[in-house]
Ligand binder design. Structure first.
Ligand SMILES: Nc1ncnc2c1ncn2[C@@H]1O[C@H](COP(=O)(O)OP(=O)(O)OP(=O)(O)O)[C@@H](O)[C@H]1O
Ligand SMILES: [Mg+2]
Length: 271
């Protein structure tokens, strides 16, 4: 399915993304241990607006743990995460939930509500932004939410399937809907954990193009964990390489060498 042109703030129903311009993600010195397993050993990175950043690293090196610590779904043992300029470690309860909305998360396991339509699922992306009383009745989303969700579906080239139940979508289509839902959240940052791992090469290419488009045309900061170095090298502006809980390189994609990529996975061959 072809990628739709960016609508961005140039289209009148599209809400302002001014907050996106002020809200990069800055992670500094994150340590995280599970029992005796020291998973993150002082990880730091910065996600700029308008940037697609890929994180590469072998299974178990701590990528997903890092994403969870970044938005404090997990409490790090040390270090800080600033999202939208706010230090999440200083927040709790409602304040933390509000601050966390600046990051939309797209997981590998596409968590759509199976029986509900693509449009309903995307509307759910805005649930955090409408009063709780109204959010309890997803069948009756406010008009402005439906309007925004429609724009989001158009944005990912899925408007023609708005009424199709999520359980009948292909993997690539469902991932697009999940990204539309993240877009509908009006977050300034998208964190995607292996968003293309279940997709065929062409669908993976399209989803990566879409993520790049959201960064470059909409000014979002997009951080994605990948297991496909070739996709990272072709699509990402910058690549962070992780190895056993540490960042071993962080540089623009064109500067990353095949040797550096190989070294990330070296121990897999040695064991
Ligand atoms: N809640 C948890 N309790 C205990 N150990 C955990 C927990 N979450 C993660 N781990 C461990 O932390 C390490 C890093 O896990 P993580 O999921 O961050 O790796 P990853 O880099 O995302 O790997 P993959 O590429 O396989 O997704 C692993 O050894 C994992 O078993
Ligand atoms: Mg993971």
């Amino acid at each position: 399915m072809p990628l739709q042109p960016a609508l961005g703030s140039r289209s009148s129903p599209e809400p302002s993304r001014a907050s996106a311009l002020d809200a990069p993600l800055v992670i500094d010195g994150i340590h995280k241990r599970f029992g005796a397993n020291q998973v993150l050993k002082g990880v730091g990175l910065k996600l700029d607006r308008g940037e697609l950043l890929a994180v590469l690293g072998a299974n178990g090196c701590g990528k997903s743990t890092l994403l969870r610590c970044a938005i404090r779904l997990l409490d790090p043992d040390a270090g800080s995460s600033r999202l939208g300029g706010r230090d999440l470690a200083l927040l709790k309860g409602k304040e933390l939930r509000l601050a966390r909305r600046e990051a939309a998360v797209v997981f590998q396991q596409i968590a759509l509500v199976k029986r509900r339509s693509a449009l309903d699922n995307v509307c759910c992306g805005a649930l955090g932004r409408i009063p709780l009383r109204r959010s309890l009745t997803p069948a009756a989303f406010p008009h402005e939410v439906v309007q925004r969700a429609t724009i989001a579906l158009q944005r990912v080239g899925m408007l023609d399937r708005a009424w199709q139940p999520a359980q009948t979508l292909s993997g690539g289509q469902a991932q697009r809907v999940a990204i539309a839902r993240a877009y509908c959240q009006q977050a300034s940052v998208i964190l995607a954990d292996e968003p293309v791992s279940a997709l065929d090469p062409r669908a993976a290419e399209e989803v990566m193009t879409l993520l790049g488009d959201l960064a470059h045309n909409d000014g979002l900061g997009v951080l994605t964990v990948l297991h496909q170095p070739d996709l990272a090298l072709r699509h990402a502006d910058r690549i962070v390489g992780m190895r056993v809980g540490e960042v071993v390189f962080d540089k623009p994609s064109p500067e990353v060498t095949p040797q550096e990529v190989d070294a990330l996975y070296q121990h897999l061959r040695e064991t």
